[in-house]
Design a protein around this ligand. Structure first.
Ligand code: CA2
Length: 149
């Protein structure tokens, strides 16, 4: 069985730690990736960590995950609130999907309260800062029966 977890990040998350630290914190996306890789090692998982500002690229990566990847962690960023196309792509993925938002989107503007992706997510982690990625990985590990150690 595959132990690969695909961690996907949507538009502008390449700016993490470089702008708006009051909302998104000071960790960069490279820091988040390093944290995920460290934890994945402990959980017996392998990580593929990606970011794109292009909707089609995220969709292609989800398609390529089918039948190959155990689970998906996704922070779709602004595409969360707009993308039926990403929702449709995720519908075709058979494993667990955990949606992550660094900020508490429910405390923010009304347009951030709706997520298309939540309709296919096994779980949603919101407002836990960049720690949300680690929580999501632990949840995927539990759902796919990976062993820590
Ligand atoms: O809280 C989250 O993780 C979001 O997915 C982040 C998105 C936002 O559109 C969602 O509503 C909630 C924005 C990602 C942009 O990240 C930046 C980081 C630093 C500076 C500027 C943007």
């Amino acid at each position: 069985m595959s132990r690969i977890v695909l961690v996907l990040n949507g538009p502008n998350l390449n700016l993490l730690g470089k702008r708006q630290p009051e909302i998104y914190g000071r960790e960069t996306l490279a820091d988040v990736e390093a944290d995920c890789r460290r934890l994945a090692g402990e959980l017996g998982l392998e990580i593929e960590f990606r970011q794109s500002n292009r909707e089609y690229e995220i969709i292609d990566w989800i398609h390529e995950a089918r039948g190959r990847v155990a689970g998906v962690v996704i922070n779709p960023a602004a595409f969360t609130h707009t993308s039926v196309a990403i929702l449709d792509a995720l519908h075709a993925f058979e494993g667990p999907i955990i949606e992550v938002h660094i900020s508490n989107v429910h405390k923010r503007e009304e347009f951030r309260h709706r997520s298309y992706v939540s309709a296919v997510a096994s779980g949603v982690i919101v407002g836990c800062g960049t720690q949300g990625y680690a929580l999501a990985l632990r949840r995927i590990a539990a759902l796919v029966g990976a062993e820590a150690g």
